[in-house]
Design a protein around this ligand. Structure first.
Ligand SMILES: *Cc1c(COP(=O)(O)O)cnc(C)c1O
Length: 393
């Protein structure tokens, strides 16, 4: 080996073994080098016993998968490139032509679009059920029902469904249940043990939200307890070619140790701010599942407990005397709260929603605004809301 180009590629130096530091190393790979032909022939990408190709995992992604499985109270985790991809992955793994999937009427919008788009194109039908009424779900479960999605609370409208009753029903009827756990985040409740003997089969979480917490990473996770179910999900994962970058996995690993503290801090601040808003005459209703009087509060109590936690996310309904233009102006008058989708980062966010574009059966008198509370000082955020409410006119 004389040419420098070759020597730079096939360099003999190996750093000393035994390095340890507080953070997990970033391993990046498409190619993974095998020690022998026998090792190539014996490769096993499904049991996480070794390394075969970048798509099938590196020490960095395996480590993150194990930690997210622990966070959710599950046994197996698969990482995908976004929260929406985790929802898509469950459907693409478990459904086939002729199957029917049931979605709550208030489901995360893009999940609805996936069912109406690609799943429908594949000959997979769907129905929307009333998430607050287990009898409605029971009536819709039929011989073709293969998957029931659950979400708690509902995106934007924040009503908390009777999760225990819904999950129990799925179990009794032998239908696989999947819960979008982006809001509980593995902290507010354990989706696999909602009540003694009652839990869901699959959880999908947008790691984009609390696990990342930075507003700068997109990632999702699918977690299960059952080995056979995991293997089905993993085989589809391999065939679809989803992968996450080592750098992104490292960012989430770096944020995980502070996640419980951030979740609690955002929860405290959000409740203080929501209480303050609830006292204002401009606001008709606060939609926060931990608040008595908010839709499904008793269901939140059932799974989270009286001292339970909640994400730093809530919505308010403005009094009907304010036009949408006024509500929009309120949102734009905010200085610390920024206008933007997603949530659970350090930055507080606000989005005005037009409910008639989201729901069939719900048209509140006043405009709905959703807040994601970040890590700014609570009093500063309240002062910002105060000045923007004054700008309502
Ligand atoms: C944000 C979100 C998702 C999707 O996550 P992305 O990483 O943005 O694709 C899915 N479900 C819920 C409830 C969410 O809030």
């Amino acid at each position: 080996m004389t040419e420098k180009s070759t020597r730079l590629i096939h360099h003999p130096y190996r750093p000393p073994a035994g390095f340890e530091s507080p953070q997990v190393a970033v391993h990046k790979a498409s190619t993974i080098v095998f020690p022998s032909v026998a090792a190539i022939r014996q490769r096993d990408w499904i049991h996480k016993q070794g390394y075969t190709y970048g798509l099938h995992g590196t020490p960095t992604t395996f480590t993150l998968e194990e930690r997210i499985a622990t966070l959710e109270g599950g046994r197996h985790c698969i990482l995908v490139p976004s929260g929406l991809a985790s929802v898509a992955h469950v459907g693409l793994s478990l459904l086939k032509t002729g199957d029917d999937v049931l979605l709550p009427e208030n489901v995360y919008g893009p999940s609805k679009a996936l069912a109406q788009g690609e799943l429908a194109n594949f000959g997979i039908t769907h129905q929307f059920y009333d998430p607050m009424d287990p009898a409605d779900l029971a009536a819709r479960i039929g011989p073709r029902t293969r998957l029931v999605w659950l979400e708690a609370p509902g995106s934007v409208s924040m009503e908390f469904p009777p999760l225990v009753a819904l999950a129990r029903l799925c179990r009794e009827r032998g239908v696989t249940s999947a819960l979008d756990t982006t809001w509980p985040a593995g902290i507010a409740f354990n989706a696999f043990e909602l009540a003694p003997g009652v839990g869901v089969d699959v959880v999908a979480q947008a790691l984009t939200k609390y696990p990342s917490g930075g507003g700068d990473v997109l990632m999702g996770a699918v977690v299960v307890r059952d080995d056979a179910l995991h293997e089905r999900l993993q085989r589809t994962h391999m065939r679809l070619g989803w992968g996450v970058s080592g750098n992104d996995a490292e960012l989430v690993l770096r944020s995980l140790p502070s996640m419980a503290l951030r979740y609690r801090a955002a929860d405290h601040s959000a409740r203080a701010i929501a209480s303050w808003l609830g006292q204002r005459e401009e606001i008709a209703q606060v939609l926060h599942p931990a608040f008595p009087g908010s839709p499904g509060h008793e269901n939140w109590l059932e799974v989270c407990g009286a001292d339970g936690q909640a994400a730093g996310l809530f919505s308010v309904l403005f009094d009907g005397r304010y036009t949408q233009a006024q509500v929009d102006r309120f949102c734009e008058s905010l200085q610390l709260f920024k206008l933007g989708y997603s949530w659970a980062s350090h930055l507080s966010l606000v989005v005005p929603y037009e409910m008639r574009t989201l729901r069939r059966h719900w048209e509140p008198a006043g405009g709905l605004v959703r807040f994601s509370i970040g890590l700014e000082d609570t009093d500063d955020l309240i002062a910002d809301l105060d000045q923007a409410l004054k700008a309502l006119g």
